[in-house]
Design a binder for this molecule. Structure first.
Ligand SMILES: Nc1ncnc2c1ncn2[C@@H]1O[C@H](COP(=O)(O)OP(=O)(O)OP(=O)(O)O)[C@@H](O)[C@H]1O
Length: 227
């Protein structure tokens, strides 16, 4: 397959000011994610993985440099413009599922599609397909509290890809799960990425899962480097 960059970080800077001190978290970070690629981000706590994912996912604006999505410079756009792009082109999965507790699994996956403007029948059909794909079709009407941890994370992954984003970003998506469940959830995530040609960057402390991805990177002195 020809290399086709879907996400590029170019000389990204991110600083936090804490009282008199300026903390530099990203210091000219460069990174390219190709279509169809799964990359593990493995780095010690506090080195800036979440900052990197939030910047790549247009949740935070870089203090310098830019984030390019499918050739379009997006990092420095206004909050409204970044939100619009994020809704369609970026899927996010967190360590904690963040599903809406009062809605069923199916409705949680319909939600981003309805916000995007799809009709209820269209959104429901795709949500049901994604639940089947994640092998939890029978749990469609369950609320998050009625699902196991592994099932909740599979719903969260299905929700993240509901709008067929370009990029999936995940911040310790299996961090709350026991090793067997983590492996099972990762199987579903991997199958989804492989089948759809999505690109994914996944922060994890789990070396076994990292070993299953195409490449591994870490953060060193504010830069993304191969591991
Ligand atoms: N809003 C903020 N204001 C000030 N400092 C911050 C802010 N957000 C993060 N930091 C600091 O930036 C550093 C990187 O934080 P980040 O959350 O990106 O780390 P991480 O590698 O994801 O850690 P973990 O694996 O523990 O989640 C930390 O030292 C943190 O204290």
């Amino acid at each position: 397959m020809m290399a086709e960059p879907v996400l590029e970080l170019k000389s990204v800077e991110r600083h936090y000011v804490q009282g008199p001190r300026k903390l530099t978290i990203l210091n000219g970070a460069d990174f390219t994610l190709q279509r169809g690629e799964m990359v593990a981000m493995v780095a010690p706590s506090g080195t800036g993985k979440s900052t990197l994912l939030h910047t790549a996912g247009l949740l935070e604006r870089p203090d310098g440099g830019d984030v390019i999505l499918s050739g379009r410079a997006c990092g420095r756009l206004s909050d409204d413009e970044r939100t619009a792009i994020r809704r369609n082109d970026i899927g996010f999965v967190y360590q904690f599922h963040h599903l809406l507790p009062e809605f069923s699994a199916l409705e949680n996956i319909m939600m981003p599609q309805l916000i995007r403007g799809l009709s209820k029948p269209e959104a429901s059909k795709r949500a049901a397909q994604l639940l089947d794909y994640m092998q939890i079709g029978k749990r469609a009407q369950h609320r998050p509290a009625e699902l196991s941890g592994g099932e909740q994370q599979r719903v969260a992954i299905a929700r993240a890809v509901a709008n067929a984003p370009l990029v999936l970003l995940a911040d310790e998506p299996t961090g709350n799960l026991d090793p067997a469940t983590a492996s099972y959830v990762f199987d579903a995530l991997e199958a989804l990425v492989r089948q759809s040609g999505l690109a994914a960057m996944i922060a994890t402390h789990n070396h076994e899962l990292a070993a299953r991805m195409d490449r591994r990177v870490t953060l060193a002195e504010g830069k993304v480097v191969p591991l």
